[in-house]
Structure formats: structure tokens, C-alpha cells
Write a protein that binds this ligand. Structure first.
Ligand code: F6P
Length: 366
């Protein structure tokens, strides 16, 4: 049955990603122009529903100019009050119960939540408490299960590619090994796409534990072939072969197998310098990948997701996440599947393409 909707809320949860503002704009414009609803922005993600509610009305004027803007005008919270481990919830009323009660009190007939895996786990609990919620997938890592694409990824890959292009020229002048670290805690999508687009010689991803001697051998082979420089792209979550795999954290995700005191790029650069005798430098791209204006492709995806989320609300499809599946937008239930990481499979065609081009993943079988 189609619900009678007058007011909806929207919030951006977890870490930010380029394209969040494009989703907000798309939701507000579609909800107002197509359906005539009121839209309220919930500030700082789910945190805006704990204690005194922090909300603001969103109008066509307030979303004007948002399409190219990075970040989120509503604010984001990565680690807040919502603990999925009940034992760690303070007080008799949990943050989940508070949020559910606040949404009812504000008479929001639906909430559109833009977030990644952790946020969808929070959303799943709220849905269990009766909150009418539709999810929009977001993460620059592109590792959310249930969807082929998340906005922010293309922007991150474009930035990484430009950085690798720039590092090529300085690496070549000095005959150095440049080790570039990109984001990707659990999944190596940014490293794989950025490495391919930037012409890396070695790509290290969490899904293929690396053997440093293999990476060193690739660099030495290049030197012997007359190439004085090499480019290594590593995901932040890349791990040496034989290290322990990550334990599940309170949200059911991986904490990361080893807690590093330095970024992986620094370890890799130091080891490669020792093994190859080639001067090496580490560059960590970090949050630069999450900042700035979204690419055209991310703007289109974010806009499509926002409009589809509003339609899902109008159709009474609460409890679903909009998803990009085989070239079109679908709705998938916010269940267990949505909250697990979508890793790079060993038989992914781009892995074979890269290997065919002589790129090494420094894995046991490389
Ligand atoms: O999940 C997105 C992501 O950018 C990861 O690639 C990265 O490990 C993490 O967020 C960084 O989170 P924070 O901004 O909290 O340091």
C-alpha cells in the first residue's frame, strides 16, 4: 500500500564521499517538485536524532548550487552513539530507541539514509524498531555488497590517477620507486582501478596478500630492462602474506588484520629500497581522495540514487536500499547482505587484464 507522505527526513551517515550533496539536492528537488513533500535535513547523520533533535528544513533554494560541492552540507558522523554491541550501549534507552522515538515525534513519514556498510547496519536495527527508512549506498571504496557501484569511487579513482601521473614524471627523473597508498581498508577496488588507469607496475590489494620479494623481483626486472623507475600502488589495507586476517569489529566488519603505526606505503617503500637497492619514496593520498568536487559520473549516479530513493518512499518500499545492478537501479532489502564488504574476486577480469600487461600483484602465485 502506498503511504500518505507529507514530510521526509534525509541524513548522511559515516565517512563523507564526493556526491553526498548531489544526493541531497536530488532528493529535495524530486520530493518537492514531483511529490510536493516537505523535506528536513538531519544534521550529523544519525547523531542528529539523539538528544535534542538537530534538523533543518530543506527548500529548493537551500539546495541551489550543491551539485558540484564536495562533502555534505548536513555533516557526517563516523563513530557516534550507535553501538551495535548492546552491552556497550549506555543508559536504559539505547540511541536506536531514542532515534526511532525522535523520528516518530517529528512526524517524519520516511527517512532517506545515505551511508556505507556500518550505516546500513545501524539502519537495519532502526528498521527492526519500525523506522520507515530507505537507504542510499555510499563509499569511495566501492565495496558495499548489494550494489555494483557507489558514488565517490569514480572521483577517488580519478584523483588517484592524476596523482600517479604526476608521480611518474618525478619517479622517472630520479630513477626512484614511488609507492602510492590509496584508500581501501578491506577492498582493493581503488588500487586496482587507479593502478590500471595510472599505469602502475605493482598493485597491492588486501584480497591478494603480498610477498615483498615478488614485488622486488618485478622492480629489479624493470631495472634490468632499462627502466630506472617503478610505480607501486598499494591499498591501505594491503597485508603481507601470512599475516592474520582481520577480526570482526562491533559492527560485523573487519578491524584490519594488523594495526599499523605507520601507513603501509612507508613499510613497503622501506622494504623495497632495502631489497632492490633503488631509492624509494612513499606517498599517502589519504583523505584527499574523499575531498573536492564529484566527477560527472558520480554526479549522475548520486542524482539517480536520490531520485530513486524518493520514488521508493512514494511506492512504500521502506526497508530497501537503492542499488546499481547490471546497468540499472534496483531495490534490495537492507538485510545481512547489504552490510558485508564486496571484495575484489580473484577471478575479476581486471586482475587478468593487469597480469596480462605484466603488472604484478606480488601474490604467492604471481
Ligand atoms: O570507508 C571509506 C574510508 O575512506 C576508508 O577507505 C578509510 O579507511 C576510512 O574511510 C577512513 O575513515 P576516517 O575518515 O574515519 O579516518
Amino acid at each position: 500500500m502506498q503511504p500518505k507522505i507529507r514530510s521526509i527526513g534525509i541524513l548522511t551517515s559515516g565517512g563523507d564521499a564526493p556526491g553526498l550533496n548531489a544526493v541531497i539536492r536530488s532528493v529535495v528537488k524530486t520530493a518537492i517538485i514531483q511529490y510536493g513533500w516537505d523535506v528536513f535535513g538531519i544534521v550529523d547523520g544519525f547523531e542528529g536524532l539523539v538528544g535534542e533533535p538537530r534538523i533543518k528544513p530543506l527548500t529548493l533554494d537551500s539546495v541551489s548550487g550543491l551539485l558540484p560541492r564536495g562533502g555534505s552540507v548536513l555533516g557526517c558522523t563516523n563513530r557516534g552513539h550507535f553501538k551495535l554491541d548492546p552491552a556497550s550501549e549506555p543508559g536504559p534507552i539505547t540511541a536506536f530507541q531514542q532515534a526511532a522515538a525522535t523520528i516518530a515525534r517529528l512526524e517524519l513519514e520516511a527517512v532517506i539514509m545515505v551511508g556505507g556498510d556500518g550505516s546500513h547496519r545501524i539502519a537495519r536495527e532502526l528498521i527492526r524498531l519500525g523506522v520507515p527508512l530507505v537507504g542510499v549506498p555510499k563509499t569511495i571504496d566501492n565495496d558495499l555488497a548489494g550494489t555494483d557501484s557507489t558514488f565517490g569511487f569514480d572521483t577517488a579513482v580519478s584523483f588517484a590517477t592524476e596523482a600517479i601521473d604526476r608521480l611518474h614524471t618525478t619517479a622517472e627523473s630520479h630513477g626512484r620507486v614511488m609507492v602510492v597508498e590509496v584508500m581501501g581498508r578491506d577492498a582493493g577496488w581503488i588500487a586496482l582501478y587507479g593502478g590500471l588507469a595510472g599505469g602502475a607496475d605493482v598493485i597491492l590489494i588486501p584480497e591478494i596478500p603480498y610477498v615483498m620479494e615478488k614485488a622486488a623481483a618485478k622492480i629489479v626486472a624493470r631495472v634490468e630492462a632499462g627502466k630506472r623507475f617503478s610505480i607501486v600502488v598499494t591499498a591501505e589495507g594491503a597485508l603481507p602474506f601470512g599475516s592474520v586476517s582481520g577480526a570482526p569489529d562491533a559492527f560485523g566488519g573487519r578491524t584490519g588484520a594488523i594495526r599499523r603505526t605507520v601507513n603501509v606505503a612507508h613499510d613497503v617503500a622501506a622494504e623495497l629500497e632495502e631489497m632492490t637497492g633503488r631509492e624509494s619514496r612513499a606517498v599517502v593520498l589519504g583523505h584527499l581522495q574523499r575531498g573536492g568536487s564529484p566527477t560527472a559520473s558520480d554526479r549522475v549516479l548520486a542524482t539517480s540514487y536520490g531520485a530513486a530513493a524518493v520514488k521508493a518512499v512514494a511506492d512504500g518500499q521502506m526497508g530497501h536500499m537503492v542499488a546499481w545492478c547490471a546497468g540499472r537501479i534496483e531495490l534490495v532489502p537492507i538485510g545481512d547482505g547489504v552490510s558485508t564488504a564486496r571484495l575484489v574476486p580473484a577471478d575479476h577480469p581486471l586482475i587478468a587484464t593487469a597480469r596480462g600487461l605484466g603488472i604484478s600483484f606480488a601474490g604467492v602465485s604471481d
